[in-house]
Write a protein that binds this ligand. Structure first.
Ligand code: CA
Length: 228
């Protein structure tokens, strides 16, 4: 499971517990402690799912959810809202703002992890399936093998990670900075032009003779897994 989950929650005991349990399942976790920063993190990291607390010190969870769901680039990101027990009406308003699911506090972490899994599976099967396909390109995640049509393709680890990341959201354009954050993680000494080098290698490897180019370069924006 290579999904990134953003937790927006000011109660450290809760975010730490969630982080621990979700990391155990293989998720990458980003934590934010208030609404403003939460929105920043969504824009910067484009997480695969957001766990959003209802009561935050600055903006309300609804306002944050509303902002995510209004922005075309972000609105497909599933949001799970955490609400307090008595907030039955809030629950309904949560749905009106477009939250995809809600969990009432106090909750069982096990249940929340299952909800995360279910929501990701529904929203983006390409995130968690063992075999993912884009056009005539296929990744078998269990064996880490890549095929274009019937031909197996050999990729270096970085090119594999890049492709495995792109295929989660085909056609979505990622900037070099976003790719660095997502694929290289916290490698702060890597320069953005390194991305270009690995994109070039990836392109060369997957674009077999006679096949269409599956990497789209978007001038001054970045790259996408897409046909030109
Ligand atoms: Ca709170």
């Amino acid at each position: 499971m290579s999904a990134t989950v953003l937790i927006v929650e000011d109660e450290k005991s809760i975010s730490t517990l969630l982080k621990y349990n979700l990391e155990k399942e293989g998720y990458t976790i980003i934590i934010s402690q208030n609404g403003e920063d939460g929105i920043e993190q969504v824009k910067k990291n484009l997480p695969d799912l957001v766990i959003l607390d209802w009561m935050l010190p600055d903006l309300s969870g609804i306002a944050v959810c509303d902002l995510i769901k209004r922005e075309p680039r972000l609105k497909s990101i599933p949001v799970i809202m955490l609400t307090a027990k008595s907030e039955e009406t809030d629950k309904i308003r949560g749905f009106e703002t477009g939250a995809d699911d809600y969990v009432t506090k106090p909750f069982s972490t096990k249940e929340l992890v299952l909800r995360v899994q279910a929501l990701l599976k529904r929203a983006k099967p390409s995130l968690i399936e063992d075999i993912v396909v884009f056009k005539d390109l296929k990744i078998d995640r269990l064996s880490r093998r890549v095929y274009r049509g019937d031909n197996q393709i050999k990729l270096g680890p970085t090119e594999y990670n890049l492709l495995n990341f792109f295929i989660k959201n085909p056609s979505r354009v990622y900037s070099r900075e976003q790719l660095l954050n997502q694929v290289w993680g916290n490698a702060i000494y890597v320069e953005t032009r390194t991305v270009d080098v690995h994109i070039r290698r990836l392109r060369k490897a997957i674009n077999l003779e006679g096949k269409v180019d599956l990497i789209r370069t978007v001038r001054s924006a970045g790259y996408a897994l897409d046909v030109q």
